[in-house]
Design a protein around this ligand. Sequence first.
Ligand code: DMJ
Length: 481
Amino acid sequence: MHVSQLQHDVRNVTKVLYNEYLEKCLGQDELIPASGRCEDWFGIGLTLVDSLDTLLMMGLKEEYEKSREWAAKHLDFGKVQSMVSMFEIVIRALGGLNSAYQLTGDDLWKEKAVELGDLLSASFNVTGTGCPSTSVWLGRLEGEDGIDLRRGYRAARSGHVMSNPAEAGTLQLEFRTLSEITGDGKYRELVDKCEDSLVRASEKMEDSLVTDSFDVQGGMLLGRRLTVAGLVDSFYEMLVKCWVGFGKKDERYKALYEKAVEGVFKELVRVEGGYMYVGEKRRGEERSFKRQMDHLTCFFPGNLAYAALHGLGGGVFGEGERDYMTRARELTRSCYAMTRGMYHGLAGEVTKFADGNVMPAEWHDTNLLRPEIVEALYYMDAIDPKEDGEYKKWGLEMWKSIREYSQVRGKPDGMLSSTTHLLQRERSGLMHSGKLHSFAIAETLKYFFLLFDERKLTGSRLPLMEWVYNTEAHPVKIVSE
Ligand code: DMJ
């Protein structure tokens, strides 16, 4: 395996973090690096399931084998017996298992994906739209045989009928992939029915933009908040990824994506002080516009570039003002500026862009080791590399900051953590008490590793014309046209 020096460093950090997780938290969900304690969210060994494909891609064989051994003996979704977030478990666990299976052909991962997919299936089709509630019951019921709708009704009856476009509209890639893997179309049917309800609701909007609240009983989009960040983000992301991922046949998704992108640029994008950014507002209320961009929103330039790679918005060579690549270049520059505007080079959850002063928003001065900015750099460098390797250079600056300031004091080199109090100018004011979110290994470290690959797009290990990443950076094989 060809690994550049920088990739080597990313791999070492991943190794340190993952081994600490294995040693302290195996069987539990997430590690708190500063204390060495563990946190359970679903109780499924979430970091392990979410990390499998990263370990494979980085060639961390020993860690992968240990994880497989644990999963073969102990991973049992039926044992869970609690409510879980449908969206999170699908993008992280089902997505992780699907990818592990597609990368290795190991039937263990297929069995586990089917077990999880079957348990979750009962939560579709118990609401008017066919979409599950945000919280669903996971775990086998007493005497249960096959898909038992009692599980789904528990959630629906408990009043969890409000969802949002991101959580209802980001299940498709994983359930459709499960149908591809098993040859059983039932998963696809469930998820397509839900997606159709959501797509129908957004098609009714003149600008095709969705608000951040979706009633899964009545099929209506509610509220007025327009954003590309949390609660909405991956709905847009998935429209283009599902169009690409399943043979470019879902013309409706493609058309909706194209219309929504125009809507976003008309309603939510501004340029101030030379920076283009995506803010948010209440529909029809210009005065409510917030001159800020969320870290989460930085998935958007990478997604535009991916759409361009597949021929949309003027394609890869698009140079026009309204072409996707032109817009993606500008937005990526602003996302990178969100890290440079900080004392320590770590972007906060929200950054203000008023008058071109790129400044962290007070109350949001936390860095969770989220992936979206390095994700944008990865896509840009893979699809539209700059001659001087600028995106890699920007990535290197970000990596140096993370290595320096996300490092937990007094812990072995490479023990990174979420960082709070970013507005403290002094390094000693930074706090590292939070958990290591499973997406840090599943996405952030993976994107750094991929960004630092020195080979050209065609030589990279998972070519973007053949694979599509789910919203948690789990690669899925594209079904050919
Ligand atoms: C990830 O779990 C996914 O990328 C999701 O779509 C939203 N954001 C987190 C990481 O920031």
